[in-house]
Design a protein around this ligand. Structure first.
Ligand SMILES: [Zn+2]
Length: 376
């Protein structure tokens, strides 16, 4: 018997507060499991996606900065692509850069020109091509990267402003409107993809995962005009929609991590974790989906704040450790810490460092456990 196919649609720079208000995403919610609290390892593309595909944090898998895609330890960390290729899936990637995911075990690896591409057409063609693969009794894994929010931001925010431009931080309404325009294009792309998925009947035989690699600033905190400088929730807290044939829709508000999707997909496909490789950091979400016993896991994120430099450092200098309720941020570049009650203070405005020693010390202990396994 054939397994289910796997389709991943990555909305680069998609914000969770915007998806919650978008009719197309709300529609998607009606036939998927919606995770509105999925925490990314890194608030920038390459490290986020390497963590996703390997189920492991970048401080172990080797991709812990913008500069480290080629340092991914593919011999120690088995990726979703590796697993699916080994199960005889046809594997295909399309994205705007070859730094997003390791090429290994992708049969087809397309890099589109983000300034010229028509992604509705390109990704539509790839979905139709996969129908032929399926018709020949072969499974497929298709990874589609929607790059256009990132492309718009690059031209309209990242190039004209820097992380401290007064003009940018003084007009958050304008930033919001600019982002909304880019987001609406993403939403209409998604609607196209989802209706094609339905008309090709992939909703009946495929696991479809729609998620974002990180959010984007609209001017919340001076020092970050885009993403990748800080570990605040507007970039590290993102979303995921998991559509599984035969499993009814749900909203799961528990904190989960992007690294949990590798073991979850393998679990759903009945593929065993290969223990001849390094142990992964992620945990299967299937018990949570099935409302069985589930304990929330700590979420770890990190990034390299460029401060006043043009490009980010090679080693992370901002880290965060998070539960559903609390977050400890470690700013290693100036040796300060921040503590937030993210349930009561979701915009992280009231720094409680020094005021909740018990909570701080618990999170610190969790942080040390992760740091002990770190390469850097
Ligand atoms: Zn990105």
């Amino acid at each position: 018997m054939m397994k289910k196919n796997v389709i991943v649609i990555l909305i680069d720079g998609g914000r969770v507060d915007f998806v919650k208000k978008s009719p197309n995403f709300i529609k998607l919610q009606k036939n998927s499991i919606f995770f509105p609290n999925s925490i990314t390892y890194a608030p920038y593309t390459n490290a986020s996606m390497h963590a996703f595909i390997s189920g492991s944090y970048g401080n172990r898998n080797g991709t812990y900065s913008y500069w480290h895609s080629s340092n991914f330890k593919g011999n120690e960390f088995k990726t979703l692509t590796d697993y699916l290729k080994e199960s005889d899936f046809s594997t295909c990637f399309d994205g705007h850069s070859d730094l997003i995911l390791p090429k290994k075990n992708f049969d087809q690896y397309f890099v589109h020109n983000e300034n010229e591409v028509d992604l509705v057409k390109k990704h539509g063609d790839l979905l139709r091509e996969m129908k032929h693969v399926n018709d020949e009794n072969k499974n497929f894994f298709l990874y589609l990267h929607y790059s256009q929010i990132h492309t718009g931001l690059k031209n309209e925010v990242l190039i004209p402003f820097d992380n401290f431009s007064k003009e940018y931080f003084d007009d958050t309404e304008k930033n919001k409107q600019r982002y909304l325009k880019l987001f609406e294009n993403a939403s209409s792309y998604l609607e196209n993809m989802m209706s094609l998925i339905q008309s090709l009947e992939f909703d009946k035989n495929s696991i479809v995962l729609v998620l974002s690699d990180h959010g984007v600033s609209i001017g919340e905190k001076i020092g970050e005009r885009g993403y990748g400088a800080f570990c605040y929730d507007y970039t590290i807290k993102t979303f995921a929609y998991l559509q599984i044939p035969g499993i009814k829709s749900d909203t799961i508000i528990n904190q989960i991590r992007h690294i949990d999707f590798l073991p979850t997909i393998l679990d759903l496909l009945d593929i065993k974790i290969d223990d001849s490789f390094s142990e992964i950091d992620g945990k299967s979400l299937v018990p949570l989906i099935n409302k069985q016993n589930y304990t929330e896991n700590i979420a770890f994120s990190e990034t390299g704040n460029p401060l006043h430099e043009k490009s980010p450092p090679k080693i992370p200098n901002v880290k965060s450790i998070r539960t559903s309720e609390w977050k400890l941020i470690l700013n290693e570049y100036d040796d300060t810490k921040e503590l937030y009650n993210i349930l009561k203070d979701p915009f992280e405005k009231n720094n409680l460092i020094g005021k909740k020693p018990d909570i701080e010390s618990k999170l610190w202990t969790e942080f040390l456990k992760i740091e002990r396994k770190s390469l850097v």
